[in-house]
Ligand binder design. Sequence first.
Ligand code: 5RP
Length: 247
Amino acid sequence: MGRLSPGREEVLRWKRNAARGAAELVEGDQVVGLGSGTTVAEVVGVLAERRPRAVFVPASRLTEQLCRRAGLRVGSLEEYLEVDLTIDGADEVSPQLDLLKGGGGAHTREKLLALASGKLVIAVDRTKLVGFLGERMPVPVEVLPFGWRQTGERLRRLGGKPSLRQGEGGPFLTDNGNYVLDVRFGKIARPGELERRINSVPGVVENGIFSGMADIVVVGHEEGCTSLCSRREWGKLVERLGAPSKL
Ligand code: 5RP
């Protein structure tokens, strides 16, 4: 069984292991989407050492800055209608490989990038493996600032408990200039259904449930990294490393 509380340094090592595994999938002349977050920052670090010829399409301003600083070629979704693969992180990964994202508030652009991609590769440390979505995280929902309270009330009627995300000195603003409501739904039994229902609420821009979108989940852990493509592989890894929900 794994230890119950890994330290920050240990989790960082697991993130790096995942980042190395995911960066391996980048080939020469590809167009590669990059999501956002600390794990993606590690991916950029690995790529900076390798300097591949690929063009990188960042999902956030922060990732764009990191790519430019690392000397990587940067493109945009306007220039590239199709992306070969996208590498992104996640906040929760269920046994079905459904994802909860948006801890950094970049999930709208990340979802658009993923939808434009031939393949979605998710890099996570093993603390992100959960028995069901909603186990630890609320669902981040990007909403228009206009009428956000009313949008929150509509989300409440869907069974959620919304809370406005705060930034420095006021509501957190996404790269799109919108607010984020973090909405607790408890255990999410049918992620695909909830994803659609949230997005049907007027005022909602996009939510952080990514159901059925991940092709490969590269999980970093104490022994290196493991690529998962199915529920069975998820189960085998968790059996080997110990219960993830206790981390
Ligand atoms: C940002 C995201 C990130 O991918 C997610 O929050 C994971 O971040 P990290 O790699 O820092 O744990 O969805 O909107």
